[in-house]
Design a protein around this ligand. Structure first.
Ligand code: PEP
Ligand code: MN
Length: 455
């Protein structure tokens, strides 16, 4: 069935990497010095890309497999990376948590896991207000390290075009380190002990995790005995990158034409997504995304209407290309029960091909009485639990999860195996933006996913 596009006739208009500039672009900073911005964008356009079109297309094929139920997507990382956190322990600890979670998922779900980090470029943040006022002083909001700096001074909050170049460099350093770790054998399933974090021994979940590691080791040895050799596909895993492609000048500068593939790719990341606040059908982000060949995702919140979602699918994946479009629902534990099913039903009724992924984080943010932005583990787990049930009841498939997590021993989300309470938040609250699951809470969630998916 064809849907008429009310707002904009996307098909009729020519797409270019910069055609988004003719549309309303929400959540963009204001650069005072446009000559300096142009200069930075020019330099960015000359720098090498961070990923290749081959990798991007390989990921698209794997996402198509996830759509068919042959893989499960684990997408996770910080809410926002910061330049200061571009360090060896922070990058490797984040990788360790993701690898441990994926081991739990592989073991329990008995299917391959597709690992995608929210890293190597997750430097721009949407904000609820353009400005922030403290003690009668109003300054531009902090929009992530790609744009400005969090300190509350006019100099720090100025949108600085040099940061575009720095973000590219930090992304490249992160990517380089992750690639080197993976290629060097860090992700070898034969050696899950490489991923132990210092405090695993004291975790209430340690015993269950150790049991899984032991059982995977046994199965690997058994299969290798049968095969008569070590199975090299277990020695390395693939890792892909993703970020919210929010700051469109930056994304445009890293959009490259790949002649061999006959098309344009965003080569700043494998898998960019459109955030909930910028997913308008006639907005600049939708215009930019429709023309790139990457697999793409869109965050879908509780106010989205089924017909609008169908129109967005028409624009972003008009040819029903497998693996092209992922929809990440982020409803909130209180709303998922009513908000999700109508969307699932509409997409199913129209026979549209998407990968459904649950983000149980962003609909569950709240403020505590002592002034912290937090999330309750029970709400995160509750939303995920319901997401599996609602998909099952509708006859659709939940093919992955999207999480904010860190390998650091932070206390940002309440509850979990150690039952963190409000007073614990001040001990190690490090996030500049949204509260993340710590290592234990992440593993606990992976175990819950396994139980829900029948593993
Ligand atoms: C995010 O992923 O950090 C985010 C801002 O999410 P959303 O667009 O779903 O609110
Ligand atoms: Mn966030």
């Amino acid at each position: 069935m064809q849907h008429t596009l009310k707002a904009v006739d996307h098909e009729a208009s020519e797409w270019t990497p910069g055609s988004w500039q003719g549309r309303t672009a929400l959540q963009q900073p204001t650069y005072e010095d446009t000559a300096e911005l142009r200069e930075s964008l020019y330099r960015l356009g000359e720098l090498p890309p961070l990923v290749t079109s081959w990798e991007v297309l390989a990921l698209k094929e794997r996402l198509a497999e996830a759509q068919n139920g042959e893989r499960f997507l684990l997408q996770g990382g910080d809410c926002a990376e910061s330049f200061a956190d571009c360090t060896s322990p922070i990058i490797s600890n984040r990788l360790k948590v993701l690898l441990q979670m994926s081991l739990v998922l592989v073991h329990g779900m008995k299917k391959p896991v597709l690992r995608v980090g929210r890293f190597a470029g997750q430097y721009a943040k949407p904000r609820s207000a353009d400005t922030e006022t403290r003690d009668d002083v109003t300054l531009p909001a902090f929009r992530g390290d790609l744009v400005n700096s969090p300190e509350f001074t006019p100099a720090a909050r100025r949108a600085d075009p040099q940061r575009l170049i720095k973000a590219h460099a930090r992304s490249a350093m992160t990517m380089n380190f992750v690639r080197a770790l993976i290629d060097g054998g860090f992700a070898d399933l034969h050696h899950p002990e490489y991923w132990d974090l210092a405090w695993v021994e004291h975790s209430p979940l340690a015993a269950e995790y150790r049991r899984m590691v032991g059982s995977i080791g046994d199965s690997l040895r058994f299969m290798e005995t049968l095969a008569g050799q070590s199975i090299s596909s277990y020695s390395r895993v693939d890792f892909y990158t993703s970020h919210e492609a929010l700051l469109l000048h930056y994304e445009e500068a890293l959009t490259r034409r790949v002649p061999r593939q006959d098309g344009w790719f965003n080569l700043s990341t494998h898998f960019p997504w459109i955030g909930m606040r910028t997913a308008a059908l006639d907005g600049a982000h939708t215009e930019y995304f429709r023309g790139i060949r990457n697999p793409i995702a869109v965050k879908v919140g509780p106010t989205v209407k089924p017909d609008d979602l169908l129109r967005l699918i028409d624009v972003l994946n008009p040819n029903e290309e497998p693996g092209r479009l992922t929809l990440i629902h982020r409803m909130g534990n209180a709303q998922i029960g009513t908000a999700l099913q109508p969307l699932l039903e509409a997409v199913k009724r129209e026979g549209r091909r998407v990968l459904w992924v649950a983000d149980p984080m962003h609909g569950n943010t709240e403020s505590t009485s002592n002034g912290f932005k937090t999330r309750r583990f029970e709400n995160i787990a509750g939303e995920l639990d319901k997401a599996f049930d609602i998909h099952a009841a509708t006859g659709t498939r939940l093919g992955g999860v999207h999480l904010e997590l860190t390998g650091e021993d932070v206390t940002e989300c309440l509850g979990g195996a150690r039952d963190l309470v409000e007073q614990d938040l001040q001990r190690a609250y490090k996030s500049m933006v949204d509260p993340r699951l710590n290592y234990e809470q992440s593993l606990e969630l992976a175990m819950l996913i396994v139980r829900k998916s029948g593993g």
